[in-house]
Unconditional design. Structure first.
Length: 288
């Protein structure tokens, strides 16, 4: 399984004119990085970070390690601690990183932790502007999977609020073998379910969920259809005690349109199973 490396910008791009401004902006930027680290991401700095200027003629190295440069000592100590202890130095310069991200090389597995003040011409999915946006690069690289197996192996990290039943891998293999024809729409649906389904369900309840979810996110979604009655659509998931619980995965989204045979069946989850993650029981054709 591949992992995305998240790189910081170089601080000269912040275009600060004074040390005080640089300290304020850099601290805000590093606070965002600290939030990202809570997701256990691989965060690195470009190899030339220390040699770039934070303002005027003062390089980051000089600011961090030379005294009497006009620094606020408390802020300097905190910035140095975060950079030295919490962030690894990568093996690529910033210019080479941007060139790589611009080269249509879909196996780079790198992304940029950007800043609202910085304009950089790379795919928007490879820029992380806030802590909640860290999944976009994962999904970007997922969308360029070359095989179904690669897609399946990576998808659990791209949708961390979903738990996929083992049978999902079999049902995908039966109907979605040519993953390149489906992955864009599949990612769109899984992203909406991962990011918003639980929130909408808790807001409006089961009865209104399907209408509201479709209205907000343009996802065809329904509960029980005419062919979907009885005691079917059940999967067993292990709970936190290691005991299997049977769960009905009746709600489903329909890829492409309301008549599509390609569907994702799920349950809104139970707190006793995977801390309440949404449970995915089937991805593929009609669940017979």
């Amino acid at each position: 399984m591949w992992e995305v490396e998240f790189y910081t910008i170089t601080f000269d791009l912040l275009k600060c004119t004074t040390i005080e401004e640089a300290e304020r902006v850099i601290m805000a930027y590093l606070e965002m990085i600290s939030e990202l680290r809570r997701n256990k991401l691989s965060i690195k700095t470009p190899s030339d970070l220390y040699n770039t200027k934070i303002c005027s003629e003062l390089e980051l190295f000089e600011y961090l390690f030379y005294d009497d440069q006009g620094q606020n000592e408390d802020i300097r100590s905190l910035i140095r601690e975060i950079i030295e202890k919490d962030i690894k130095t990568g093996d690529i310069s910033f210019d080479d990183l941007i060139y790589l991200l611009n080269s249509d090389y879909y196996k780079a597995y790198k992304a940029l932790i950007s800043h609202k003040q910085v304009e950089i011409d790379i795919d928007e999915n490879l820029k992380v502007l806030d802590p909640k946006g860290y999944l976009a690069p994962y999904r970007f690289y997922l969308s360029h999977s070359e095989t179904l197996e690669e897609f399946q192996e990576a998808m659990k990290d791209c949708f961390p609020h979903l738990l996929f039943h083992n049978r999902v891998y079999q049902t995908m293999n039966a109907k979605l073998r040519d993953i390149g024809s489906f992955q864009e729409e599949l990612i769109r649906h899984l992203s909406a379910i991962n990011d918003y389904a639980k929130e909408v369900y808790e807001e409006v309840g089961n009865r209104e969920f399907y209408r509201v979810f479709k209205s907000r996110y343009n996802i065809e979604c329904s509960g029980r259809g005419s062919r979907e009655c009885g005691d079917g659509f059940k999967c067993k998931f292990s709970n936190r005690s290691g005991i299997e619980e049977e769960v009905t995965c009746n709600p489903h989204t329909k890829l492409y349109n309301s008549y599509s045979e390609y569907r994702i069946y799920f349950s809104f989850g139970k707190e006793s199973i995977a801390d309440g993650k949404i449970l995915i029981g089937h991805i593929g054709g009609h669940w017979e």
